[in-house]
Design a protein around this ligand. Structure first.
Ligand code: GDP
Ligand code: MG
Length: 598
């Protein structure tokens, strides 16, 4: 097809507003996916995604659509992940499009995620088409939500499309307005090849499969290409389009979207945002906007059974093939033994990796509390990046600690403003601004240390607002603070995996709360177990877990054999994930206890 009949678009929406359902519906209406192939939500094809109902990885689909003008158009839908951890990937997929559908649940309204994504779309100069979804719901308020979009986002909503992705209402109007409103790509087929990578994944047989949009020029099967950021060169073995299953073709031109395979060994060599050009006739400059994903949140992963160390290593290697943003290096902890210090884009990314390690690789892991990267200036004027609290240099060896700060935007109904401000305050937040969007939407802007948010800030925000508030954040830089390292001693042994970095003003409080929490979480042993929190050599809080009473033990060992068996079975069932630290068994929850302190 000529470029004038190509439309490249994506769908942006807050989680649960119906993006995946709408995408499926469009595939169905355009007969891209036959009815019998139609699984629930074709685009979210990772199990984890389906379970959590979120889109983690981007996918793309090419649809043929005959518009009212009788012409056949090619519509390329490029899906975006719906979570702030992946906002760089969102921005790269938007850069591959000329337009975006803004899907808003008409029974809810504009949320923080909607706004953040719209801003990204506007930055990328996309034509944004608003759509009110879920108009079939009794609670749907199309007029209110339309005026909210006009006021908050600043889009003209005079003839906004009212749709129900579920009931199949308005889907034709949406397809038609994509054809009419989204501009076709520029015809730059005569320029040297520049194609933008917006996604990639590792396939065991063909190597990395790269999803890309041709911005300039053309690319053919057999071409020798160079990836401009990585500098690596490959020969294209396989080239094709996504409909949404891969279909091989011989060439792709400016404006088109497709995939290629070229025996690339890891996704690190074909990163999202990199530019593909030809080795023979290279482009002078890469496409703008490339950055390397940088891990923001770190934690230790240790196998509960030290025999699983090499399995864990293999599993991380395999995951890394498919996840350029994941980082890991061996960590040896005096308390935990051998494991890995892993870096993630954010908390969701961290959870996904942990879950995949456990489910897909059958590992039983102990995870330590997440940490951010601290910048520490030493007395020698060296600047160290510390991602592991136990490695913080002693106070006499450092002159300054800086920590990452974020700007947080919370959108909430007005009646939760007070409680959410209080939450931000307890998390060392600095109030910046408050905006009244509409009657029911207030926007709070705070600057907060990232460390306070990587705990359970999100859950607390949700529970304080009964699920109504939503938030977005972005990194704004590093700031100096008076931070100290809080150590924990279990049975007089320092447990490095329990060390945390806290603000000095909160240290006593956290120390007390933490020892109390650990006292609840660590089971009783046959001996008394003291638990202490300390700053340097100074103990600031202490508790102890009393010993088990002897007669309880005597009873169960003295009973008849069948009773004893039953008891053991019962214990095995309720067996908690534990790590033996010295002679004390410490459960997984204990390592997360510091996150649960209000
Ligand atoms: P996403 O997170 O934006 O991808 O949202 P999903 O497409 O997964 O939809 C979230 C939930 O809303 C699912 O339970 C859908 O079945 C439901 N849903 C989506 N569109 C509609 C709609 O038009 N009407 C109704 N009643 N429910 C919908
Ligand atoms: Mg989805």
């Amino acid at each position: 097809v000529p470029v004038s009949r190509i439309r490249n678009f994506s769908i942006i929406a807050h989680i649960d507003h119906g993006k995946s359902t709408l995408a499926d519906r469009m595939l169905q209406v355009t007969k891209t996916v036959a009815q019998r192939e139609m699984k629930e939500q074709f685009l979210d094809n990772m199990d984890l995604e389906r379970e959590r109902g979120i889109t983690i990885k981007l996918q793309a689909a090419r649809m043929n659509y005959t518009a009212k003008d009788g012409e056949e158009y090619v519509l390329n839908l490029i899906d975006t992940p719906g979570h702030v951890d992946f906002s760089y990937e969102v921005s790269r997929s938007l850069a591959a499009c000329e337009g975006a559908l803004l899907v808003v649940d008409s029974s809810q309204g504009v949320e923080a995620q909607t706004l953040a994504n719209v801003y990204l779309a506007i930055e990328n100069e996309l034509e944004v088409i608003p759509v009110l979804n879920k108009i079939d719901l009794p609670g749907s308020e199309p007029e209110r939500v339309a005026s909210e979009i006009e006021e908050v986002v600043g889009l003209d909503c005079t003839d906004i499309i009212k749709a129900s992705a579920k009931a199949g209402i308005g889907v034709d109007d949406i397809l038609e307005s994509i054809v009419q409103k989204v501009p076709p790509p520029e015809d730059t087929v005569d320029k040297p090849l520049r194609a933008l990578i917006f996604d990639s994944y590792y396939d065991a047989y063909r190597g990395v499969i790269v999803y890309f949009r041709v911005m300039d020029g053309e690319v053919k099967k057999g071409d020798k290409v160079r990836l401009m950021a990585s500098g690596k060169e490959y020969e294209i073995d396989e080239l094709g389009v996504l409909s949404p299953n891969q279909i091989e073709i011989d060439e792709l031109h400016a404006g088109e979207v497709g995939y290629f395979a070229a025996a690339i060994k890891t996704v690190e060599d074909a990163r999202v945002g990199d530019t593909i050009t030809l080795v023979q006739t290279p482009a002078e400059e890469p496409l703008p906007g490339y950055t390397e994903a940088k891990p923001m949140v770190f934690c230790g992963l240790f196998p509960t059974d030290s025999d699983q160390y090499s399995d864990l290593k293999d599993a991380l290697e395999k995951l890394k093939l498919n996840d350029a943003a994941l980082s890991y290096e061996p960590e040896t902890s005096s308390a935990m033994g051998f494991g890995f210090r892993c870096g993630f884009l954010g908390l969701l990314h961290m959870e996904i990796v942990q879950e995949r390690l456990e489910r897909e690789y059958n590992l039983e892991l102990i995870t330590t509390a997440p940490s951010v990267i601290y910048r520490v200036t030493t007395t020698e004027d060296e600047v160290l990046e510390i991602d592991n609290p136990s490695l913080l240099p002693d106070p006499q060896k450092r002159t300054k600690i800086e920590e990452p700060y974020i700007k947080v935007e919370i959108i909430t109904p007005e009646n939760f403003v007070g409680t959410l401000m209080e939450l931000c305050q307890t998390c060392r937040g600095e109030f910046k601004d408050m905006k009244y969007f509409t009657l029911n939407r207030t926007c709070l802007i705070y600057e907060l240390p990232l460390a306070e948010v990587v705990t359970d800030f999100f859950d607390r925000m949700k529970s304080r607002s009964r699920g109504y508030a939503s938030m977005e954040y972005q990194l704004i830089g590093y700031r100096e603070n008076t931070l100290v390292k809080l150590d924990v001693l279990v049975n007089k042994d320092k447990v490095d995996a329990l060390s945390t970095i806290v603000h000095r003003d909160k240290a006593y409080y956290v120390g007390r709360a933490l020892t109390e929490k650990l006292k609840e979480l660590i089971p009783r042993h046959q001996f008394k177990v003291p638990i202490q929190a300390s700053i340097g050599a100074k103990v600031i809080a202490s508790e102890h877990i009393p010993a088990l009473r002897k007669d309880v033990l005597a009873k169960c060992y003295g009973g008849d054999i069948s009773r004893k068996k039953k008891l053991l079975q019962k214990q095995a069932k309720g067996k908690k994930r534990m790590k033996a630290i010295g002679t004390v068994d410490v459960p997984q929850e204990a390592f997360m206890a510091v996150l649960k302190i209000d």
